[in-house]
Design a protein around this ligand. Structure first.
Ligand SMILES: Cc1cc2nc3c(=O)[nH]c(=O)nc-3n(C[C@H](O)[C@H](O)[C@H](O)COP(=O)(O)OP(=O)(O)OC[C@H]3O[C@@H](n4cnc5c(N)ncnc54)[C@H](O)[C@@H]3O)c2cc1C
Length: 344
């Protein structure tokens, strides 16, 4: 019998299973297929500088080294390269933005995330960049479908993967610990619907562009990321707090095409479209820990828009909590949100 059952093999279930395996536990991972996962829809970027004010992402100095290490370790073990460092060229919209970013780049603690404090211009025949761009370093890109499929093969070879659904009823009667890593599905039914979810759908396009940059991510009105196929780019993604379908829609396709025209001066062709639902938390912190009424049932979720950078660090922290009883960071521990039924 396995020590721990993990439900879901998106980024959360994959990395938690990896951390637990490294600590010598025997596990089973149940997953019904990654086609509808947020992870496979993601652009896979880890970006240290975010928002209109160009501030460091929460805990970036700890999260990014942990993420790079874990992706490299798994890559070496499964023998597939799915992670690469890649700079982000953030397009600027005004002189004020130029000044704000130049000032930010010289602040203590920011040096390592900026190549320099100078504005850089991209080829003006290819990209609208009247105010130039700023180069963000320390960023990277996980090829998420490749990561999920190669790690899935690794689990299959080790006889760990069970390609079946797993229910909360099964978990309640289980003798072993069960951790749900089921993405946005956990907000819809089951034991964890009471957490402060704020799920957000995202759509993206795949486009072909001739003779375009293949060594950088361009972030403007929309993002443009090279894929591993030459000439093919991931564009997006959108943020939809209200939606009627989890599938891609024509209206958002049109919106992304319009955004892309604002960035690109060269022609492009849309060759694909995808969608996923981000399991976001209202207060933008992950949901980690065990249920107050069912102490053997846990959750590793709520990664929102930053699953690729948050999950490695917190997978390791949760594994340490499970195996060695180390405390979870209070900001992510669900025991500070959910209370026992008899205390309500
Ligand atoms: C369009 C888009 C772009 C994004 N871009 C980025 C980005 O650039 N950088 C970044 O950091 N983050 C990005 N994100 C966010 C990131 O993708 C998510 O935070 C992360 O993938 C969530 O992973 P997860 O493992 O929690 O959920 P998921 O990836 O959804 O995985 C859940 C898994 O559980 C399985 N499952 C569900 N219920 C059951 C059950 N009962 N039994 C068995 N299996 C079950 C599902 O099949 C699925 O495989 C993006 C998201 C979207 C949608």
């Amino acid at each position: 019998m396995a020590d721990i059952i993990i439900v879901g093999q998106g980024i959360c279930g994959s990395l938690l299973s990896w951390s637990l395996l490294q600590k010598g536990l025997s596990i089973k991972v149940y997953d019904i297929g990654a086609a509808a996962s947020a992870t496979c829809a993601a652009s896979g970027i880890i970006n240290p500088i975010t928002g209109k004010r160009f501030v460091k992402s929460w805990m970036v100095d700890e999260l990014f080294p942990a993420a790079e290490k874990m992706y490299h370790d798994i890559s070496r073990t499964v023998g597939v390269d799915f992670y690469e460092k890649m700079p982000i060229y953030k397009l600027l919209e005004s002189v004020k933005e130029q000044n704000d970013l130049s000032a930010r780049a010289t602040e203590p603690g920011y040096e390592r995330y900026f190549q320099n404090s100078e504005v850089q211009y991209l080829d003006r025949d290819k990209v609208h960049n009247n105010f130039g761009s700023f180069v963000i370093n320390g960023s990277g890109k996980l090829n998420t479908p490749l990561f999920i499929s190669s790690y899935r093969n690794f689990l299959k070879e080790k006889n760990i993967l069970v390609e079946e659904p797993y229910t909360y009823e099964q978990a309640i009667s289980s003798d072993t610990k069960v951790i749900f890593c089921t993405g946005f599905k956990a907000a819809q039914s089951g034991l964890f619907t009471g957490l402060p979810w704020q799920i957000v759908k995202g759509e993206h396009l795949l486009v072909t562009i001739k003779d375009f940059y293949s060594d950088r991510i361009i972030s403007g009105d929309t993002g443009i990321m090279p894929t591993t196929t030459p000439g093919l780019y991931y564009v997006g993604a959108t943020y939809q707090w209200y939606y009627e379908t989890e599938a891609p829609t024509e209206s958002y396709r049109d919106e992304m095409v319009a955004s892309l025209h604002k960035v690109l001066k060269v022609p492009f062709e849309v060759v694909g479209q995808g969608a996923g639902v981000r399991p976001s938390a209202k207060y933008r912190r992950p949901f980690i820990g065990f249920h107050p009424d069912h102490g053997h049932i846990g959750i590793f979720n709520g990664m929102g828009t930053k699953g690729i950078s948050l999950s490695p660090y917190f997978a390791e922290q949760f594994a340490e909590h499970i195996v060695n009883g180390k405390a979870l960071l209070p900001a992510v521990d669900i025991k500070n949100i959910l209370t026992k039924t008899d205390q309500q």
